[in-house]
Write a protein that binds this ligand. Structure first.
Ligand SMILES: [Zn+2]
Ligand SMILES: [Zn+2]
Length: 362
């Protein structure tokens, strides 16, 4: 019988399988034994091509572990002992969301242990993915903990692993972002590769917090032709590392920490939050030739953009033209329409100005 489950053939779980005398059973011995058994048990019920139907058996499922226990109760051990398999969760070997499970035959002592996640580069995929998912929806470690608690899941990885993972994810995300932006820049060159090419861009700033009190901001530049992001500038008014060092009372320790921290400061902007956008746009324009061999000669932006005035003469040989960005117009028209609708109840309703149509305008 052909092996069906190929998921973890390269992971450590495959090496954990052993019989009770300590000798390692090879994967094929195990699989053929149990596979033969399953086949003979279920031959009359399953269609002959049942083994080909596991194509979408990949990824994660929320699963009540009691149901897994029930399942094993239905299965014989490789020595064909029935209703003898006991499932155990070993909390001492758990790594965050990767639980260590153990099945043992109560009659012959046959044991099989496995983790509930594969490892990728020595790290459990589930732990990386979980934090990645949390970060992607704007949540951090405390949310991850609360999520696990409410879901009746074991708690996630400890703060140290969390930080390690978070840094790894940040690096990976940064690398992917840089390479995709590089590609998006290349795409605008079409055939002429090394010359500086003019292109049309739209710039927009966004703040970590709404309003102008935010300490972190980000300016993105999108190609008006391809719609792809070609550059980003993140601006921070604060640096938590420096803040922490500032709090140190002992002058010697402080000096050591400061020396270690040279070049690592995260703060890259001083000034008012509204000025952040202008500064971000200016930095992005200033490096366009070096980064992409592009000149952003047409600036699509908000009508009242101060940023444009800052960059209109940034290139020696060409003047940057200001264009009205459709996206920004849509945004303003949408806001105005929503306000209008609120004030005039008769405008809403079926076939009229529904929130749905307004959404599209946003
Ligand atoms: Zn047994
Ligand atoms: Zn700093």
């Amino acid at each position: 019988m052909k092996r069906k489950f190929r998921g973890n053939q390269h992971c450590d779980a495959a090496n954990n399988r052993r019989v009770d005398d300590g000798s390692i059973q090879s994967e094929d011995t195990f699989l053929s034994a149990s596979a033969r058994k399953i086949q003979s048990e279920s031959q009359d019920r399953s269609p002959p091509n049942a083994e080909n139907k596991t194509k979408n058996v990949t990824g994660y499922r929320f699963m009540d572990i009691a149901l897994l226990d029930e399942l094993f109760k239905q299965m014989p051990c490789p020595e064909r002992h029935k209703s003898a398999l006991l499932l155990e969760d070993n909390p001492n070997e758990r790594y965050g969301c990767a639980s260590h499970l153990r099945i043992q035959c109560s009659q012959c002592g046959w044991v099989y242990t496995f983790y509930t996640s594969k490892k990728v580069n020595q790290f459990f995929d589930i732990n990386r993915r979980f934090i990645y998912a949390m970060r992607a929806i704007g949540q951090g470690q405390s949310s991850a903990r609360r999520f696990c608690a409410y879901m009746n899941l074991p708690p996630p990885a400890n703060p140290k692993s969390y930080n390690h993972c978070n840094n790894a994810l940040a690096n990976a995300a940064k690398n992917v972002a840089l390479s995709t932006m590089k590609e998006a820049g290349m795409e605008l060159h079409k055939d002429c590769n090394d010359e500086v090419v003019p292109c049309r861009v739209s710039c927009d700033g966004t703040w970590q917090r709404r309003g102008y009190s935010s300490l972190n901001g980000c300016v993105t530049t999108i190609s008006a032709d391809t719609g792809k992001c070609i550059d980003v500038e993140v601006l921070s008014k604060v640096c938590h590392g420096c803040k922490r060092i500032e709090k140190e009372n002992d002058e010697n320790t402080k000096a050591i920490h400061q020396a270690e921290y040279v070049g690592k400061c995260k703060a890259n902007f001083q000034g008012s939050a509204p000025a952040m956008e202008t500064e971000g746009v200016a930095r992005i324009f200033a490096r366009s030739e070096e980064l992409h061999s592009l000149q952003y000669t047409e600036f699509f932006g908000d009508g009242e953009s101060k940023a444009y005035l800052r960059v209109e003469n940034i290139y020696d040989d060409v003047h940057v033209e200001k264009k009205e960005c459709v996206g920004h117009v849509k945004k303003r028209v949408g806001t105005a329409l929503r306000k209008l609708k609120k004030e005039n109840k008769g405008l809403g309703g079926k076939g009229k100005l529904t929130d749905g149509t307004l959404q599209h305008r946003h």
